[in-house]
Design a protein around this ligand. Structure first.
Ligand code: ADP
Ligand code: MG
Length: 237
């Protein structure tokens, strides 16, 4: 069986500068896959390519064996893709529950939207904020609701761009459990994250981008000791 997500040879050029240079990765069902790399490495650009927000100069993206390189973001969402963005982008004036309902109704199981949302609120312990408007939430809770919203789509593939930014230690631990449970439900989870503790803790497989190229991939214990990875990060500071 092919990987749920197969990204091959992606090149993206911004005015002569290659933000991505023949980059590729795979994400498997039931796994949390990490994508790490110094600032400016191209992580968010690769997410834009995977979610259909940016057309690559060359290369291909396949979800569940189907080439989606030419499909726009909404068609990809219908193929089971959900993503969260680096900036918090909830509908501020809607309640937490309504933010989740909007997402559930976008997904492939829209007839069960209310039930799905009820289950997610239970699972994440969001009862106390379910009827608050999203813009009244503390940052950490907002991040959690963002992931809850991605879950509400019942996605086959979840892209999370720095979901733990601005979270304290307890929230980050909750987060790790949440990412694991998303994967245990069968989703392929692809995570961009600066918190190395979290990455090393929850990922089955890690890909490392530097200057638009994948310079290493493997399980966390191998990546942690990889010489090219260490130099890329040392070069950052
Ligand atoms: P990361 O998420 O790893 O920090 P990005 O994907 O945001 O990296 O950026 C990769 C490179 O592409 C950087 O050099 C950045 O300046 C450049 N870049 C990103 N978006 C644009 C854009 N819209 N126009 C021009 N350059 C961009
Ligand atoms: Mg980024």
């Amino acid at each position: 069986m092919p990987s749920l997500l197969e990204v091959e040879n992606i090149t993206v050029t911004f005015g002569g500068h290659k933000a991505l240079d023949s980059a590729g990765l795979r994400a498997e069902r039931g796994h949390v896959t990490g994508l790490i790399g110094p600032n400016g490495a191209g992580k968010s650009t690769l997410f834009d390519v995977i979610s259909g927000l940016r057309r690559p100069t060359s290369g291909s993206v396949a979800i569940d064996g189907r080439d989606v390189t030419r499909l726009g973001p909404s068609r990809r969402a219908r193929h089971g893709l959900a993503r969260t963005f680096q900036r918090l982008e909830l509908f501020g004036r809607l309640s937490v529950r309504d933010n989740l309902l909007v997402a559930a109704e976008l997904g492939p199981h829209r007839r069960h939207a209310h039930r799905t949302v009820g289950e997610i609120i239970d699972r994440l312990g969001l009862h106390h904020v379910a009827d608050s408007s999203a813009d009244a939430l503390p940052t950490g809770t907002g991040r959690l609701v963002e992931v809850a919203r991605a879950m509400a789509v019942r996605p086959a593939l979840v892209l999370l761009d720095e979901p733990a930014a601005g979270q304290d230690h307890t929230e980050t631990e909750k987060f790790a459990a949440l990412l694991r449970s998303l994967a245990e439900d069968g989703a392929a989870v692809l995570l961009v994250e600066h918190d190395m503790g979290l990455v090393m803790n929850v990922c089955d497989q890690v890909f490392v981008l530097d200057l638009g190229k994948i310079i290493a991939s493997g399980p966390p214990e191998v990546i942690r000791r990889d010489q090219a990875v260490l130099s890329a990060y040392l070069g950052e500071s």
